[in-house]
Design a binder for this molecule. Structure first.
Ligand code: NDP
Length: 309
């Protein structure tokens, strides 16, 4: 294997350690833990696993986890009333409503109801707008984690050509915005892109966020590219008959061509929860008045390398 492996598991663990140190410092000084409220509606098995993992890691770094598990029949009005209570609760710094929601609840109404200052998932239109316009809001967790992995390989991304495959509001578009803010030249590819392989081959940084197992193969990767595989797809292994997770990138086909690559699992996945915790801690710090909006903004830009210390 020529490409270096980007170990998202280890990088996420280091980030959580750093967050835990910051949390313990705050708790000692102020006797209030940062609080993350997670709302799960219904019985979706994957969502239950995610919510349990989020709660566990929240508590592990010393923050308070507030879980609300609602029955599948919950009405939109009931969910919006809960969100309203959480918006007003001074001990809650971040609110995350786990998707997908049951059919009777409109996800847009839910996203709009969360206070932008507690929207640690970064999906509220105010935060989406701030990301697009270069202002400071919350950045969605998977894109934020993906950028950290890229910058762990190469700090200065200025002038590089980044190709993002996928244009979802949750992943593709915000990753493209972040890379643009890093002064990359950004191309967004999607299902209507004419020459996907040729477009991807232009990339110094190739991000796959599609949801199609092994869509990206050797023909899509330019020698030396950094490849970030956001995809999480469950497939049945033809040889063993067992189910396993694969990404959108054919890892074995690409590992000798790329300069660095994330595996699936243990790549982008672990960064998502770590960045959720980071967003929650930043919300707490803003709310304490410990860091003004501007301070948080400049800290973030400094960490991202866009301004000099
Ligand atoms: P969406 O289904 O919302 O978006 C998929 C995107 O891929 C769309 O823009 C679609 O194009 C594009 N696409 C689909 N087929 C093709 C194709 N053949 N060629 C080019 N583009 C294509 O998915 P998400 O963005 O929510 O998620 C993407 C993947 O990332 C999934 O595997 C998901 O499980 C994973 N994921 C992982 C996370 C993590 O923590 N690691 C977190 C969130 C998601 P179009 O718009 O034209 O339809």
């Amino acid at each position: 294997m020529k490409a270096s492996l980007i170990d998202g598991q280890a990088i996420a663990a280091a980030l959580r350690e750093d967050l835990a140190r910051r949390v313990s410092h705050h708790v000692a000084a102020r006797n209030r833990k940062p609080g993350l409220a997670v709302v799960l509606v219904g019985e979706d098995p994957a969502s239950q696993v995610y919510v349990a993992a989020k709660a566990k890691q929240t508590v592990e770094i010393g923050m308070r986890s507030i879980e609300h598990r609602l029955v599948t029949e919950t009405t939109e009005a009931e969910l919006l009333a809960l969100i309203d209570r959480l918006n007003r609760d001074e001990t809650v710094d971040g609110i995350l409503v786990q998707f997908p929601l049951p059919r009777q609840i409109n996800p847009d109404h839910v996203i709009d109801a969360i206070a932008p200052s507690k929207d640690v998932d970064g999906l509220h239109p105010i935060n989406v707008g701030r990301l697009a316009s270069g202002g400071m809001g919350f950045v969605p967790c998977t894109p934020r984690g993906s950028l950290k992995l890229i910058k762990g390989v190469r700090r200065d991304l200025s002038g590089l050509h980044a190709v993002v495959v996928g244009r979802s509001n949750l992943v593709g578009k915000p990753i493209a915005q972040l890379l643009l803010a890093e002064n990359c030249t950004v191309t967004i590819a999607h299902s209507r892109t004419r020459d996907l392989a040729g477009t991807c081959r232009q990339a110094d940084i190739l991000v796959a966020a599609v949801g199609r197992p092994k869509l990206i193969g050797a023909a899509h990767v330019r020698p030396g590219a950094i490849v970030i595989d956001v995809g999480i797809n469950r497939i049945t292994d033809g040889e063993t008959g067992k189910s396993r997770l694969v990404g959108d990138v054919d890892f074995d086909a690409v590992k000798d061509i790329a300069s660095a690559i994330t595996p699936v699992p243990r790549g982008v996945g672990p960064m998502t929860i770590a960045c959720l915790l980071e967003n929650t801690l930043e919300s707490y710090e803003r709310r304490l008045g410990n860091a003004s909006r501007f301070d948080v903004a400049t800290d973030w830009l400094r960490n991202s390398g866009n301004i000099q210390p």
